[in-house]
Design a protein around this ligand. Structure first.
Ligand SMILES: Nc1nc2c(ncn2[C@@H]2O[C@H](COP(=O)(O)OP(=O)(O)OP(=O)(O)O)[C@@H](O)[C@H]2O)c(=O)[nH]1
Ligand SMILES: [Mg+2]
Length: 890
């Protein structure tokens, strides 16, 4: 409803209410006025008719009185006798007149309105004339024995009434007639004196016998004779016939008149009518109606005014409301246009975070239409996670606590793509302060983020190589040290400076130098692990941060890798460029606790490398460099040892305790280093394990030992050969295949092969080892547990291992025969082995006392320096010959 409409409506309500009241008033007025009018009209009519009747009565009395006067004069005996005497000719006319005239005059003087008298004799001839002359023609009325009125008629411009009265003798014979003339003016006076007379009311007196009508009114004093055929005459005749009534009729001029008529009482043929214009008649009727109608009108107007007044505040309220509504709808339209036109996605949520409304921008940004979003929570629909990786619940907790939340979130578009958005959520509270709705506004900040990322990238990266620059390096280094401090891990810093790079610039130009730097960056980058940081420190300097390294060797290994990467020539514009580098290494925490200190140390180590002839690396401390270098050399030597056939197998004899008979040999690996000589296994086996060569070495040992044993067997000296398996071999599923392959390849009888496994290695993966060793055992080889007693084996799984022999560790044998503990342990192992049906071999036997004790303790076999040191196969052959010679019984 707009304002104009409500104003129109308000006006209409007021008009209709007023009209309603006026119409009601009108109806009441009509309902009141009609009976009132009828009543007033009836009263007026009655009064009018009564007036006519009263006037008729007056007129009747006037005529009756004229009759009486005529009758009295005629009956006067003196003058009557004279007339009779005249009739009988006894007196003449003059005597008659002389006698009668004074007496008649005297009698006439009693009636004021008598104009004259004419006495006729028996022959109806006038004999006495007094006063008004009466034309002879009019004297014909003398006939009846009763007085008779005639007229009204005009005599000498006067309207007269003639009354004839017979003069009767004593015996009733008519002796003559008196004709008296009366002036009607007297009647006029009588009638018009009537106080009820109206100015414009006409009075008509009618004598039907003579068809004469006389009118009295104010303007014609004395009356006026009317011509016959007047419209009123019909009513006069009706009245002359005896009727009384009131009628309305139209005059010739078209005006309406009211006529009240009545007969003159006791005057047959005479009637009177009052004629007045209808409006004159209606006036008192209307006057009578006026006051009640005025009252009604006032009441109605008052009512209408009160209603209008009563309605006005309501109507004003309606207008006000509608104005407010209009304003509200305007502001709502404005809000709607803001909502729809907003470039931000706007979501209106209910109190339970479910989506009610979204705008077009939401569709554009998220790809979801309102139909897909409505009824789902914002978090569900858009898979919201906060920028800190938190969940939506954190966001709502923020809104609940502060009524609003602003922050960066990640949203998911309709097709699964996620994007960063700035999110503002505000709670809309109800009257009681509880959230009624929430307004969420989201803007896609992908572009902004990209720009920020780009700016950040530019600020933190070297434009030439794209590597982190000095600033980001410092940052990363700080973080790496922080992590190192927490985890107590070491961190290494490698400072690389290209060798004689200036020469490239000078000879091939700066642009080529640039491209070379790019290529170097690329190579270095692909050499280091992903988690390591490679940065360009500036010029031809690069820095690598290595985290979580085990020790300096790791750093050295990386340095060597980097140097070898740089060794390969770079081809640029057809030039083959050799570019080397010098690397300085500093270590955290040993060389310094801060990034700055470590950089300084690495830089100075780098100069040391340059000093030492370039294309090399140096640690910050000389000792570390030495250790590292040695280790590195050992490592690289070991890598080549197999292919250069530098590994050797030595065999240590094993014999029965009881009679010293040779039962087997244990194969032991040695590295015949070209410069260092014979390297014992404890110097290179852990290194081989560390650098992943152990598998290869283990396989070599197994194959070589099997081949050797086979060779001895073929030469007529079948010997059991015990081969140590590394933990790497034991824990591999391939052990079965490896052993089988060695046996197949060499043709050695499985019964001649004994595999030694270290107790500690088995304990690491008991269940898997049990399964795998059972499989290996199916090949027919025997199994021994090396270093038994040091690994705290549990009897329960020892029972489940398919073991043939236990090897008592040399540390227990060492204490025999003095150390009681060792003696007890050895005794326990022996008794246990016996109970489990296993053989026992003691190792490290060096003295005759030890072997004596072992014999006494019924230990099955032994090995050790007392019997023979590990020796090359040729030496063993000699040893065997000697041994046989010394033990002819065995
Ligand atoms: N092309 C190119 N050269 C650069 C850039 N920044 C620094 N250099 C040059 O790199 C060279 C680095 O020189 P040094 O490392 O001090 O000397 P060097 O010739 O490499 O000799 P040594 O390092 O002592 O083996 C200087 O000649 C610099 O001008 C660069 O962005 N682009
Ligand atoms: Mg340089």
């Amino acid at each position: 409803m707009n304002l104009a409409y409500s104003i129109r409506l308000q006006r209409r309500i007021r008009i209709y209410a007023t009209i309603g009241i006026l119409l009601t008033g009108l109806l009441v007025a009509i309902a009141t006025a009609i009976p009132l009018y009828h009543d007033a009209h009836d009263r007026a009519a009655t009064a009018y008719v009564e007036d006519a009747r009263a006037r008729a009565r007056s007129a009747g009395q006037f005529i009756g009185k004229a009759h009486d006067i005529a009758r009295q004069i005629a009956s006067r005996s003196g003058i009557r006798d004279q007339l009779e005497a005249y009739n009988r000719w006894e007196i003449d006319r003059s005597e008659l007149v002389e006698y009668s005239a004074p007496r008649i005059r005297d009698a006439l003087s009693q009636g004021r309105n008598i104009a004259g008298l004419v006495r006729l004799d028996q022959g109806n001839d006038p004999v006495i004339e007094i006063g008004q002359q009466i034309p002879a023609a009019l004297l014909q009325i003398a006939s009846s024995k009763e007085p008779v009125a005639c007229g009204p008629l005009r005599i000498d411009d006067k309207v007269m009434l003639l009354v004839s009265a017979p003069v009767l003798s004593r015996d009733g014979v008519r002796a003559g007639t008196d004709i008296l003339s009366f002036e009607m003016a007297a009647l006029d006076e009588l009638l018009n004196n009537d106080p009820k007379g109206e100015h414009n009311t006409r009075q008509l007196l009618f004598n039907s016998t003579d068809q004469a009508v006389v009118e009295f009114n104010r303007l014609t004093p004395g009356g006026r004779l009317l011509d016959a055929g007047q419209p009123e005459q019909a009513f006069l005749e009706r009245a002359a016939g005896g009727m009384t009534g009131l009628d309305e009729f139209e005059r010739s001029d078209g005006s309406a008149s009211m006529v009240a008529y009545a007969p003159l009482p006791e005057m047959p043929g005479w009637s009177l009518a009052l004629v007045t214009p209808a409006r004159t008649f209606d006036t008192p009727v209307l006057v009578r109606l006026a006051s009640p109608l005025l009252m009604i009108t006032l009441l109605v107007l008052g009512g209408a005014w009160l209603t209008a007044r009563a309605i006005r505040p309501v109507a004003d309220k309606v207008v006000q409301q509608s104005r407010k509504l209009g304003e509200m709808s305007e502001s709502m339209a404005l809000a709607a246009s803001v909502f729809e036109g907003s470039p931000q996605a706007v979501l209106i949520l209910d109190a339970t975070h479910h989506i009610l409304e979204t705008n077009e921008a939401c569709h554009t940004i998220t790809g979801f239409g309102l139909a897909e979003l409505r009824g789902r929570t914002m978090c569900q629909a858009l898979c919201i996670s906060t920028d800190e990786g938190g969940m939506c619940s954190e966001l709502w907790r923020g809104v609940d606590e502060a009524g609003e939340w602003h922050g960066e979130v990640r949203l998911m578009r309709r097709y699964g793509e996620t994007f960063p958005a700035w999110c503002s959520i505000n709670a809309v509270l109800d009257g009681s302060g509880k959230p009624r709705h929430y307004i969420a506004m989201l803007s896609d900040i992908s572009d902004k983020k990209q720009a920020e990322d780009r700016i950040r990238h530019l600020a933190q990266h070297d434009p030439l190589t794209g590597l982190p620059n000095r600033s980001l390096l410092a940052d990363r280094l700080e973080h790496a040290l922080e992590r190192g401090r927490r985890s107590e891990n070491r961190v290494a810093l490698l400072f690389i400076d290209l060798d004689r790079f200036k020469h490239v610039n000078d000879s091939l130009g700066h642009p080529v130098g640039d491209r070379l730097l790019q290529e170097v960056a690329h190579r270095l980058h692909s050499t280091v692990r992903q988690q390591d940081t490679l940065a360009r420190q500036g010029g031809d300097e690069f820095v690598v941060i290595l985290e979580d390294i085990e020790g300096p060797d790791d750093a050295a290994r990386v340095a060597v890798k980097l140097l070898s990467t740089l060794e390969a020539p770079v081809i640029l514009d057809g030039h083959e460029i050799f570019v080397g580098g010098s690397i300085g290494i500093s270590l955290f925490p040993s060389d310094g606790d801060s990034g700055e200190a470590l950089l300084r140390c690495a830089d100075s180590a780098m100069y040391e490398a340059k000093e030492q002839g370039r294309s090399t690396y140096r640690f910050y401390t000389a000792e570390q460099t030495r250790i590292s270098r040695e280790r590195f050399e050992l490592e690289s030597g070991l890598r080549r040892a197999i292919e250069r056939d530098e590994l050797r197998l030595f065999y240590q004899p094993q014999a029965a305790c009881a009679n010293g008979q040779l039962v087997g040999v244990e194969a032991l690996v040695r590295w015949q280093h070209p410069e260092r000589g014979l390297v014992p296994p404890d110097r290179f086996i852990p290194l081989a394990e560390e650098i992943g060569l152990i598998g290869q070495i283990g396989e070599w040992v197994l194959n070589t030992a099997c081949a050797q044993a086979r060779q001895w067997a073929q030469a007529g000296h079948p010997l059991r050969v015990a081969v140590n398996l590394s933990s790497h071999q034991v824990s591999q599923d391939r052990l079965f295949d490896t052993v089988k392959a060695a046996l197949d390849r060499t043709g050695l009888s499985p019964s001649q092969l004994e595999l030694e496994i270290t107790e500690g290695h088995v304990l690491k993966r008991v269940e898997e080892c049990i399964v795998e060793l059972h499989r290996v055992k199916t090949l027919g080889v025997s199994l021994a547990i090396d270093d038994f007693g040091t690994g705290y084996s549990s009897l329960s799984y020892l029972k489940r291992l398919p073991v043939d022999r236990l090897k008592i560790d040399r540390s227990f044998v060492e204490g025999i025969p003095d150390d009681h503990d060792d003696i007890s342990i050895v005794a326990t192992i022996l008794s246990m082995a016996r109970n489990l049906g296993m053989g026992v071999i003691a190792e490290g036997v060096e003295t005759p006392a030890q072997i004596e004790h072992l014999v006494a303790a019924r230990c099955g076999e032994y090995q050790g320096y007392l019997l023979g040191k590990p020796m090359p196969p040729d030496a063993l052959q000699d040893w065997m010959d000697r041994h046989r010679a010394n033990h002819p019984d065995a």
